[in-house]
Design a protein around this ligand. Sequence first.
Ligand code: ZN
Length: 216
Amino acid sequence: MNKSRPPVDGQCDECGFDYDTGDLQGTVTTLVRQSAECSMALTKAAAGPDSDVVRIRPEPEVWSAIEYACHVRDVLEVQRFRIAQCLAEDRPVYAPMDRTGRVKEAKYEDQDPMEVAAALMRFAREFGAAARVLQPHELGKLGLYNYPVRAPRSLGWLIRHTAHEIQHHRHDIIKILAVLEPPIIPAPKPDPVEETTDSTSTDPEPSADSPVDTER
Ligand SMILES: [Zn+2]
C-alpha cells in the first residue's frame, strides 16, 4: 500500500494539507472534526444495504475503507503515546509503528466497523487533549522519528503530521466509499441562503406575488 503515503512538509497535492499554515489549536480542532468525519463515513457505509462495502479494496494495492480507518485509529493512538514519550525522555527515539505489518497482524479487514469508528473517535479526543496543552517550549522538543526517513522532528511537527495523516486518509476513505456506494456519501449541499430581515440589506422588497416568504 504505497499509493497514498502523505508527504511530510510543504503542501500535499492530494488532500491540500499545508504544514506551514495554521496554529496549534486550530490544527487540533480540525483533526478532531476530520476524525469524526472518518468515523461517520465508515458507520454510514457499514449501516447501509451492503455493509461489506467497507471491506472492499478499490484496487489490490489500495486499502479498503476499514483498513484506512483502522490505520487512522492506530496512528492517533501511537502519536499520543509519542507525545507522552517525548515529554518524558531526554532524547526520545520513537519505535516504528509498522503501518503495513499491522494490516495483517491486527486483521484490519475483519474488524467491526462500529467498534473501529468508536475507538477512532476516542483516540482522536485523547490525542487532541494531549496536544492542546503543549507549551511552546514543549512543541520545539525533538524526537527521532522514522518516517519517511530517520530524522529529528519537533513535537510541533508531530502534531501537524498527525493532522495531515487524518486529513489525507479522511480524503481516501470518503473517496473510496463514494466510488463503491455513491448514495451513501452524498455530495456536500451548498450552504442554505440565509433568509433574514436585516435592516442593512439592500435587497429589493419582494413584489406582492413573490413566492418567497421573507417574513420568516
Ligand atoms: Zn495529504
